[in-house]
Design a protein around this ligand. Structure first.
Ligand SMILES: *Cc1c(COP(=O)(O)O)cnc(C)c1O
Length: 353
């Protein structure tokens, strides 16, 4: 059975060309800074993100957790949006690894305002935790891949910095935002002390994320990488695929964004769909109407047809586009959905992508 995998952009497999990039790469011991391919990757990502230095890590989760640990002391409070990855998908890492508390802001589709940051920063008091770090997610995953407008990203960072907080950007899908708006990644990250991008999301590599910041930050990040067992050996084997992704998979993110926009438009026409969150990048999140089967049932039935999607809550479904799904796969998804959720509300059948 052909599988149409819209569960996540993490499901991509390295292309034939990406696999070939491995064959001739130079390798060495990464822990000793002797892997030239990894060093090249870090230098390129540092430049892309407008930071002094960068470090290669096994995952985006480790980027977040190391950044939090470097920026805080136990007992501190970290300000995040309530739907973010750090709170929901890192198994309590900030508490377990850094001993910090989280102050969760309720934003709109993962995005919040400078006023909300002001209101969340603790006053100087011997009774209260100290607010020391602000985190944002660009794009906001559970916000339906929403893009932070640049002015808002700047204004929340300034609100934090004015109060002496450090700022960190989870840029797992930052490049999807760049593909959409044309605003350079370094500009988005300008007022953030630390920022990382994931190579295993839309960029389509099998392993790796790169965390960037000041020279001094990266020295501290390296100690934690070593402590957590994230230091590697001949990591050029995977870094070469990340370099290939930087060269060949960045521009094509626009295709993913376009397919998601199309799917969002068509899904909104289904009678048993209540709402689709605004689709700005490669993620479509929609809520089922009361008369529809549950999200788990819809996901299960689609799965029986080889169509993979994700249930995030009782009535909420997420669909993600990436290099391994194309408009033809999108049609299969829409047909599968309409069998379960009714035919489009308008007189028209689905439009083609
Ligand atoms: C996937 C993701 C992460 C974690 O990255 P991994 O490489 O899977 O560990 C963190 N933040 C966001 C927003 C993500 O989507």
């Amino acid at each position: 059975m052909t599988i149409y995998d819209f569960y996540a952009d993490t499901k991509t497999r390295p292309t034939a060309e990406m696999r070939k990039a491995v064959l001739n790469c130079q390798v060495g011991d990464e822990q000793k800074d002797e892997d030239p391919t990894t060093s090249e990757l870090c230098a390129r990502v540092a430049e892309l993100l407008g930071k002094e230095a960068a470090v290669f890590l096994p995952s985006g989760t480790m980027c977040n957790e190391i950044a939090i640990k470097v920026h805080t002391n136990p007992g501190d409070e970290v300000i995040c949006e309530q739907s973010c990855h750090i709170i929901n998908f890192e198994t309590g890492g900030p508490a377990a690894i850094s001993g910090v508390m989280i102050r969760a802001i309720e934003g709109r589709n993962g995005i919040f305002t400078a006023d909300q940051v002001h209101a969340s920063i603790r006053p100087n008091s011997r009774y209260m935790p100290e607010s020391t770090l602000l985190c944002v997610e660009q794009t906001a995953n559970m916000g339906g891949g929403a893009i932070w407008p640049l002015e808002q990203l700047d204004s929340v960072a300034m609100a934090a910095k004015d109060a002496g907080l450090a700022t960190h950007m989870d840029g797992a899908r930052l490049m999807n935002a760049v593909a959409k708006t044309g605003i350079p990644a370094a500009r988005y990250a300008q007022h953030y002390d630390t920022v990382w991008i994931d190579f295993t999301k839309g960029l389509g590599a099998p392993v790796g994320a790169v965390l960037a910041g000041s020279q001094e930050f990266i020295i501290q990040a390296w100690r934690l990488k070593q402590r957590l067992g994230g230091a590697m050996r001949q990591s050029g084997i995977v870094a070469s695929m990340c370099l290939h992704a930087l060269d060949h998979h960045v521009e094509r993110l626009s295709d993913d964004n376009a397919l998601a926009a199309h799917l969002g438009q068509e899904i909104a026409k289904l009678p048993m769909v209540d709402q689709v969150l605004p689709v700005e990048t490669n993620i479509v999140i929609f809520d089922l109407a009361d008369n529809a089967p549950s999200a788990a049932e819809v996901v299960e039935q689609l799965k029986a047809e080889g169509i993979l999607t994700g249930a995030f809550g009782e009535r909420r479904i997420r669909v993600v586009t990436h290099i391994d799904v194309n408009p033809a796969a999108g049609r299969v998804l829409l047909q599968g959905l309409s069998r379960l959720l009714g035919t489009p509300k308008t007189e028209e059948a689905f439009n083609d992508a």
